[in-house]
Design a protein around this ligand. Structure first.
Ligand SMILES: *Cc1c(COP(=O)(O)O)cnc(C)c1O
Length: 377
């Protein structure tokens, strides 16, 4: 996909905020803990390569991504730090990962055996691996003693692998009720006792576990949403849990009016005429649509045009949307669809609540047609 550089629309990323968030989180780490920045899904929509470059300068120890291609993108950009792929990578790519010094997640014993034969056939370098333990998320990882022990035996003195880590992932670290979380910690502790290997990093913390000071030991923090300055709490029905780290959001989504219409009472706006003007009105057109990842559910959401908050009227089109203006505004008036400032009515959390979603999803849906513009580097 080509980024639309000849259209007045972009995702703006405040690198000063990203640097601030890393500094604050580094100060918050427990003694001996290290920070891994999670850059999956193009750094939650913020642009993975740029965020990686900034993060390295600020002192993060490594990165996590979801898929092998995201790791390769970082290596191609010259990032030399450890990179862990969190998803399950098909074993035929184990030699490629080894060649590029990337660390892969081990979901189970079958995966390990298959990967070993691929590595042997390719006479590849040893592959760095992290054993995933499924302590209650029920997504990826070992969940029975027997296979976990067998994997340990399989890996003892196995020259094809370097066991760099072991980790688990929490299902509800962003909840004020710790019961499920504590069960997961207990389960993880149980698997730690079964270990016959000594990986460098045994880790469990995501942003939530770290910034809410949850009780768990973790050699690294896999810092995702917090890197982007957002509170991991994602329940719109409840207030956010207070974070013990002062973070600053980095992202805003901005455009301009490209046309302003005066329409008489009784006219409809957009496909299906779902909005009918009940008076003579000013309607502005913004060159953003659902194809940019700004979903149709945003119909009715109030975005900032000039200094006014204006409702999106009519259905959001693929590439355009219309807003009702309180008075005649000129073409090129600035439009802020998602504001960076957490206190703005159209901040990303408010936007996510409006479409019954979470800010993670709103950010990473903003697609490659939108250029990323960086400032405060
Ligand atoms: C996405 C992810 C993280 C980061 O989570 P945040 O809530 O964004 O901090 C950490 N670990 C795993 C396994 C993940 O998939």
């Amino acid at each position: 996909m080509v980024p639309g550089i000849h259209r007045p629309a972009a995702v703006y990323v405040d690198l000063g905020a990203i640097k601030h968030n890393i500094k604050e989180e580094l100060k918050h780490l427990e003694p001996g803990q290290q920070l891994f920045a999670v850059l999956k899904a193009n750094a939650y929509g913020h642009g993975a390569v740029k965020i990686a470059q900034v993060a390295i300068k600020e002192g993060v120890s490594g990165f996590c991504v979801a898929i092998l291609d995201e790791a390769l993108e970082l290596r191609q950009a010259g990032i030399k730090a450890p990179i862990l792929v969190l998803g399950v990578t098909p074993t035929e790519y184990a030699p490629l990962a080894a060649e590029q010094d990337l660390s892969l997640t081990v979901p189970d014993l079958d995966w390990l055996k298959e990967a070993e034969s691929k590595l042997a056939a390719a006479t590849a370098k040893p592959l760095k691996i992290h054993l995933a333990v499924d302590s209650g998320m029920n997504r990826v990882g070992f969940n029975e003693d027997q296979t976990f022990l067998a994997a340990n035996d399989f890996l003892l003195n196995n020259a094809h692998f370097e066991v760099e880590g072991m980790y688990t992932h929490f299902a509800s670290a962003d909840s004020s009720d710790d019961s499920y979380f504590n069960n997961q910690v207990e389960r993880f502790e149980h698997f730690k006792k079964l270990l016959k290997l000594s990986p460098k990093w045994i880790h469990a913390d995501n942003t939530a576990a770290s910034v809410y000071n949850k009780k768990v030991t973790s050699d690294l923090v896999r810092f995702g949403i917090g890197l982007y300055g957002l509170n991991p709490s994602s329940n719109p029905a409840k207030p956010d849990l207070p974070m013990n780290v002062k973070l600053k959001p980095a992202l805003s989504f901005e455009s301009e009016l490209v046309q302003v219409h005066v329409i008489p009472r009784g006219q409809g706006v957009g496909y299906g005429s779902t909005y009918i003007a009940d008076s003579d009105q000013f309607i502005g057109t913004v060159p953003i649509g659902y194809a940019d990842g700004f979903v149709r559910k945003f119909q009715g959401f109030e975005i900032k045009v000039g200094s006014e908050y204006c409702p999106i009227v009519g259905r959001i089109c693929m590439d355009q949307l219309m807003v009702r203006l309180p008075y005649r505004m000129s073409v090129k008036t600035k439009v802020i669809l998602i504001a960076k400032d957490a206190s703005a009515p159209n901040n990303i959390k408010a936007a996510a609540d409006y479409v019954d979603s979470i800010h993670y999803e709103v950010a990473c849906l903003l697609d490659d047609r939108l250029p990323r513009i960086y400032y405060n580097e």
